[in-house]
Design a protein around this ligand. Structure first.
Ligand SMILES: [Fe+2]
Ligand SMILES: [Fe+2]
Ligand SMILES: [Fe+2]
Length: 486
């Protein structure tokens, strides 16, 4: 049908009132008149977007523990959280389309499965970064853009909205990803992986593209890196800025809780406590990766918590910058995640986390840290502790919702966590005897740096602080001799 004379294409016979934007301001008549995907075709695409986001969430989570580079580890934590949120949104949307959200765990195409399995099994950081940020995320962005372009904006507005929100955050991820590729994939690495990157393209081609809109002419290609199934690596990787990861020579809590110590230097110790939280994502990633068969909300909430813990670590990094102190002078431990991932089952690890976080809710927990921060003279420490506290209240709730129901009572759930926490304090002597660390007291050097940067004279008592984790846990509970010396 052609438009009547003197009217732009798609203009309605009845004009909008006083020339107001029509259709709720959503789009023009020309756009709303356009044909678009059927519900069935839309759902087929939604399932593929969902699959891609779910796989990306899984890869980012599984790989962040062993990834040594701190900036990647923390970015993976953020990107996994964002993917998990969008997975939930797309799941909900599928459920609104005359389609129970069943079958969402099915693999939409064998070529797509191989594509993501290959990135999961990427042999090194450069391959992983290129696979994620040069192949997978751009393919997902293109699929979402194509969905917006191909659907009827009015009829399918709820989907358009989800795609737009997802694209906003995928755009942020792309900005990070482009930089990461530029800085970490050098000419030698690119040469080494050029065949594999082409292979990833052929996986997508065999699936008719990520959204399945192309011709799926070819059979899925034979697996390369994923020919041997990927096995999760729970040993935390740390880059060269973490020179003494077994060091437990400075008991941060004993200092912060010592009311006779001055308030000022406690901000520095709080920032150390925050940056050290990088161990929690390294451990939580193992719980999320190795716990199967939970509702998606479990993975979504645990991933939000994982990102919060990474964010707390980043607040610590910023705190050091605010004091003009190089955080490499603080020996950031990696043994809590190391031991928990190696020696405890996923539920036991979650139990330790639950026990610790319920303890933070006490008067002496996060509120005390916040008050200490406010009294320290560092506004930033006060601000960061305020949000750290709020986040930890959320985490305590997440623990109550997902960990607690697996026990008969709160006492039983707490005792289970407490018991397993003791495992973490084994090894202090063994690591020293094996030459892995001397548990050197690095505090005086760090404190002197902070004094120099702040132009304040050192306090002799603070400078002399020398309490380790040999006999006292982070909650200041005494460690039994047997467990401390095992
Ligand atoms: Fe935390
Ligand atoms: Fe925290
Ligand atoms: Fe937490």
């Amino acid at each position: 049908m052609t438009a009547p004379p003197n009217k732009p294409a798609g203009a309605p016979p009845c004009e909008p009132y006083r020339g107001l934007p029509p259709l709720g301001g959503l789009c023009t008549f020309a756009e709303a008149l356009r044909d678009g995907y059927s519900v069935e075709a839309c759902v087929a695409r939604l399932k593929r977007h969902h699959y891609a986001l779910r796989r990306l969430h899984g890869i980012l989570t599984a790989r962040l523990t062993a990834e040594p580079i701190y900036e990647l580890k923390t970015a993976f934590s953020l990107h996994a959280h964002l993917c998990a949120e969008h997975v939930a949104a797309f799941r909900t949307r599928v459920g609104e389309m005359r389609e129970p959200p069943l079958g969402l765990d099915a693999v939409p195409d064998p070529g797509l499965e191989i594509f993501f399995d290959e990135i999961l099994a990427a042999p090194g950081t450069a391959e992983l970064v290129a696979g994620l940020y040069e192949k997978a995320f751009p393919a997902l962005r293109a699929a979402l853009e194509a969905h917006i372009a191909g659907t009827n904006i009015l009829a399918d507005h709820p989907t358009v909205r989800l795609c737009r929100f997802a694209l906003l955050e995928l755009g942020d991820i792309a900005r990070f990803g482009d930089e990461a590729v530029a800085r970490l994939v050098d000419a030698v690495a690119r040469e080494r992986m050029s065949g594999w990157l082409g292979f990833l393209d052929s996986c997508l081609e065999s699936a008719g593209g990520l959204d399945g809109s192309g011709e799926a002419a070819k059979a899925a290609p034979a697996r390369r890196h994923s020919a041997t199934p990927y096995a999760y690596d729970g040993k935390p990787g740390r880059d060269e800025r973490f020179p003494d990861p077994y060091n437990r020579g400075v008991n941060a809590e004993a200092f912060i809780y010592d009311e006779t110590m001055p308030a000022g230097p406690k901000a520095l110790m709080l920032f150390f406590r925050r940056i050290r939280e990088i161990e929690i994502p390294e451990m939580m990633a193992s719980v999320i990766t190795e716990t199967r068969g939970k509702p998606w909300d479990y993975y979504r909430e645990m991933s939000r918590q994982l990102w919060d813990e990474a964010r707390h670590s980043l607040m610590g990094e910023v705190g050091f910058a605010s004091l003009g102190v190089d955080w490499r002078k603080a020996m950031i431990n990696g043994t809590y995640a190391l031991i928990m991932n190696a020696q405890l089952k996923p539920l036991e690890r979650h139990g330790v986390l639950y026990f610790v976080e319920q303890g933070l809710m006490a008067r002496t927990g996060k509120r005390y840290e916040w008050e200490v921060a406010l009294g320290s003279g560092s506004r930033l420490a006060g601000l960061f502790q305020d949000y750290d506290w709020a986040d930890e209240v959320l985490h305590a709730r997440i623990g109550r919702d997902w960990y607690l129901p697996q026990f008969g009572s709160t006492q039983e759930a707490l005792a289970f966590g407490d018991r397993h926490w003791n495992v973490l304090f084994t090894g202090w002597k063994a690591w020293r005897d094996q030459g892995l660390t001397r548990h050197r007291n690095w505090w005086p050097d760090l404190y002197l740096d902070a004094c120099r940067a702040g132009g304040t004279p050192p306090d002799p008592r603070v400078l002399a602080y020398d309490v380790t984790y040999e006999h006292r846990r982070a909650d200041l509970k005494k460690i039994s001799v047997s467990s401390a010396t095992e």
